[in-house]
Design a protein around this ligand. Structure first.
Ligand code: KG4
Ligand code: ZN
Length: 398
């Protein structure tokens, strides 16, 4: 069964075709990072407009890369929750229109649940190689114009650029076994979930304040590193001493919960102390007072504490629940320090998903949809709505 997945919940416009939940036939991602980097974060209205511009070219390229026409697509899956409302609306509207037009069953998918399914993709066809579409840029600004058929010169131009970036993914050799412990860590989520089976899971713990990716992004801003903060901190941390500064770890009533806002504030206070200003000094004035070595030491020390927090909780849950497999998911799962520490601390080998499938993509949406459609009926096109905030307490399968 071949499912077209569509993802537009935040700042990536993505489409992919996945066969039987596990074989990648195409994977196209258009990232808006270049657009948002100049503001230091995602601007919701700008994100929605970029999605409008790119959604059709991205979908058309996903079909083309998979060597398929609409006849070859069995169903459409789209992210309906959680995310930015304007961004979610663009993807769901495109999916609803295409499902109606081509008479395909439609499955609304929970973005956070879907992150876990990046780990279920174990196979790819030779023609499936992932590609990124570049943002159309004119005089430093993105061109905001609706593209209806993906055939305008600007869309074609970016599609060709994307084709130059093709790359084969290094996929896990087999799918994870149940019960499966999943650490889901992204810009909006930090959760530890025990999956008994597909669609049957319990939330063991979650962040009580900031998501861990959000903490990476905020700390990067404090020490003057570019958005998105996760990769910037990881890069600079390589040159720093992870023991240079000691930051406290939050103690919480539920041993599987997380908290990252205290850590972020601890970094802010330590930077203020280091450069000799008091706690009222604004954070935007701090980067210019830090030298490269201090910046690297703060990045390394913060990353060390953030990763240790995640690994301590995961290790405890592993011993308490004895799962058959452990997976990590979400943008922060791209972090090499997290991968290395988990490997070291857990007595089982983890077959990590490739980084391209950890950050936002549509292959994970199409993969989850395959398992969901085996037990859940498609949703009538006019009943697909967006839900900007939806936790993982309630399964999307019910
Ligand atoms: O899953 P994702 O692409 O989008 C959300 O659903 O949030 O995750 C984005 C988050 C950002 O906060 C980014 O800073 C973080 O993932 N991230 C990383 C790394 N790569 C991306 N955090 C730490 N280390 C990385 N290498
Ligand atoms: Zn995500």
């Amino acid at each position: 069964m071949k499912i077209l997945g569509i993802e537009s919940s935040c700042d990536e416009t993505a489409a992919a075709v996945v066969e039987d939940g596990q074989r990648l036939l195409s994977n196209v991602v258009h990232s808006q990072i270049d657009i948002h980097a100049q503001y230091g974060g995602v601007i919701p209205e700008v994100a929605a407009r970029s999605h409008i511009e790119m959604i059709n070219p991205v979908i058309n390229k996903a079909l083309r890369d998979a060597n398929l026409t609409w006849d070859g697509i069995d169903a459409i899956a789209v992210t309906y929750a959680p995310g930015l409302v304007g961004s979610l609306l663009v993807g769901t509207l495109a999916a609803r229109t295409l499902a109606e037009l081509h008479q395909k069953p439609l499955y609304p998918i929970h973005h956070v649940e879907a992150h876990v399914y990046a780990n279920f993709i174990t196979d790819q066809t030779a023609s499936s190689q992932s590609s990124r579409l570049d943002t159309p840029v004119a005089e430093g600004k993105s061109v905001v114009q609706p593209v209806l058929a993906g055939e305008t010169p600007s869309a074609n131009e970016h599609i060709q650029k994307g084709e130059q970036n093709r790359g084969e993914l290094s996929l896990p050799t087999q799918q994870p076994a149940f019960p499966m412990l999943a650490l889901i860590v992204s810009g909006g989520h930090s959760q530890l979930v025990l999956f008994h089976d597909h669609g049957n899971y319990e939330l063991l713990g979650e962040t009580q304040d900031d998501a861990v990716g959000e903490a990476f992004d905020k700390v990067a801003k404090i020490i003057g590193l570019p958005y998105p903060g996760g990769p910037s901190i990881a890069r600079v941390a390589e040159h720093g001493d992870p023991q240079a500064y000691q930051f406290p770890k939050a103690k919480l009533a539920n041993p599987y919960d997380f908290s990252f806002s205290g850590l972020k504030t601890a970094v802010l206070r330590a930077v203020q102390r280091e450069v000799g200003v008091d706690h009222t000094f604004p954070s935007y004035g701090l980067p210019e007072r830090l030298n490269g070595l201090q910046q690297a030491d703060f990045a390394a020390s913060f990353q060390h504490t953030a990763v240790k927090t995640l690994v301590d909780v995961t290790e405890r849950a592993y011993h308490d629940f004895q799962p058959a497999s452990v997976v990590i998911a979400g943008g922060v799962a791209a972090n090499q320090e997290l991968r290395a520490q988990l490997k070291e601390r857990l007595p089982l080998s983890i077959d990590y998903a490739p980084i391209q499938l950890c950050t936002d993509n549509a292959a994970m949406i199409a993969s989850l949809a395959y398992y969901q459609q085996r037990v859940v009926a498609p949703t009538p096109v006019d009943q697909v709505t967006v839900v900007p905030s939806l936790s993982m307490r309630r399964t999307a399968w019910a």
